[in-house]
Design a protein around this ligand. Structure first.
Ligand SMILES: NC(=O)c1ccc[n+]([C@@H]2O[C@H](COP(=O)([O-])OP(=O)(O)OC[C@H]3O[C@@H](n4cnc5c(N)ncnc54)[C@H](O)[C@@H]3O)[C@@H](O)[C@H]2O)c1
Ligand SMILES: [Zn+2]
Length: 351
């Protein structure tokens, strides 16, 4: 297979600063599109991965980036869905088996086939080659794993929707956030701020549970009805038994038992944050009120398109700070210090 060489930013080894390298992109296959990447969001998962916090080490050098927005530059011979000039996005995976029960149901993120869902980076594609993510100038992807970005959403603010947006939309839709439902969003970072916007647009009564009240004004502006500090023990007394749904976006260890106490009867806590340590659950945090704890991972292709269209209709996008490629390492430190409002987005023309 022949390749084209393109520029990218990569972590050469675990915990090492990212640096500019060249990577291969495959030649256009019949069903592929070539995307001229314009913007790539920085997700906390990128940081977990390059710091090797999820165990397996990975295939370094790793080019992160799964919040990708760009414009179609070329299409393969049999492409039907896109043409040059279309505004498109790519999220957390670029392929899946397409045959298992989940793939056929449009839940490609939960592919159970041998191929599994092929991560946009740090994964092995069906051609046996390592995938490289969006901190890069170009990407070749199968047209079936790209999404259409509505005209009303600027490309830079659209990029984070491809992970942060769908990761919140999917559980909020699944657990039916809407009028009459009380929803708490724990952690007001990249994921959390999209959770507030989307849950509010769905009609739910939204509460932010943040470490402090430092970002309260932002939270209310984003659409929250209430805002509480989890550093204040009175919060857990005042809100005991309140919520139908709690969505935990925190990237660090948290005492889930304290949060389970905030659920009403039959309420559900959905775990989205993925810290490296187990989170112990006390049986009696669940038993007395038939409470549930669940997980959810991004969303499938049809639901991601539905989320983008929903955001287009409701005028939603991410609150972003656009940076140049040479600021990536500094941005990582700022994400780790909770100093981001609310997503860093790399202008990939600076790569
Ligand atoms: N389930 C999924 O599909 C999925 C998808 C994307 C990301 N993630 C994971 O979700 C987590 C969050 O990602 P992100 O990009 O939003 O990160 P982020 O760093 O932008 O946001 C995390 C937020 O949690 C806050 N926080 C930390 N400790 C807290 C505490 N004790 N109480 C309340 N808030 C606290 C931080 O201040 C920050 O605002 C990461 O672990 C990431 O890997 C999961
Ligand atoms: Zn992500």
């Amino acid at each position: 297979m022949t390749h084209t060489s393109v520029f990218a930013y990569a972590a050469p080894a675990p915990k090492a600063p990212l640096e500019r390298i060249t990577i291969p992109r495959r030649e256009l296959g019949a069903h592929d599109i070539l995307i001229d990447i314009k913007y790539a969001g920085i997700c906390h998962s990128d940081i977990h991965t390059v710091r090797a916090e999820w165990g397996d080490g990975g295939a370094f050098p790793i080019v992160p980036g799964h919040e990708i927005a760009g414009v179609v530059a070329e299409v393969g011979a049999e492409v039907t869905r896109y043409q040059a000039g279309d505004r498109v996005g790519v999220g957390c995976f670029v392929d899946s088996c397409r045959e298992c029960e989940n793939c056929r149901a449009g839940l490609q993120q939960y592919c159970t086939g041998e191929l599994g869902n092929v991560g946009t980076y740090n994964a092995t594609g069906r051609d046996g080659e390592t995938t490289h993510g969006g901190y890069s100038t170009h990407l070749v992807v199968d047209e079936n794993y790209a999404l259409r970005i509505p005209e009303s959403i600027p490309l830079d603010a659209a990029a984070p929707l491809l992970c942060a947006g769908i990761t919140l939309y999917s559980p909020l839709a699944h657990w039916q956030a809407g009028p009459g439902k009380k929803v708490a969003i724990v952690g007001l970072g990249g994921l959390g701020h999209m959770g507030v916007k989307i849950a509010h647009a769905m009609g739910a009564e939204v509460t932010v549970l943040s470490q402090s009240l430092r970002k309260k004004d932002d939270g209310l502006r984003l659409g929250a009805d209430h805002y509480h500090a989890t550093s204040d023990p009175a919060t857990f007394e005042a809100l005991a038994g309140t919520f139908d749904l709690i969505v935990n976006t925190v990237s660090a260890d948290l005492d889930l038992n304290a949060y389970l106490g905030l659920l009403r009867t039959d309420g559900t806590l959905v775990q989205l944050g993925a810290p490296e340590n187990p989170l112990p659950v006390a049986p009696f945090a669940l038993i007395p009120r038939r409470r549930s704890i669940a997980g959810s991972m991004i969303g499938g292709i049809p639901e991601t398109q539905e989320m983008l269209d929903f955001c287009g209709e409701h005028g939603l996008a991410s609150d972003i700070e656009v940076i140049s490629a040479e600021q990536i390492n500094e941005a990582y430190e700022r994400v780790l210090a909770s100093d981001v409002r609310y997503r860093f987005v790399i202008d990939t023309s600076t790569i």
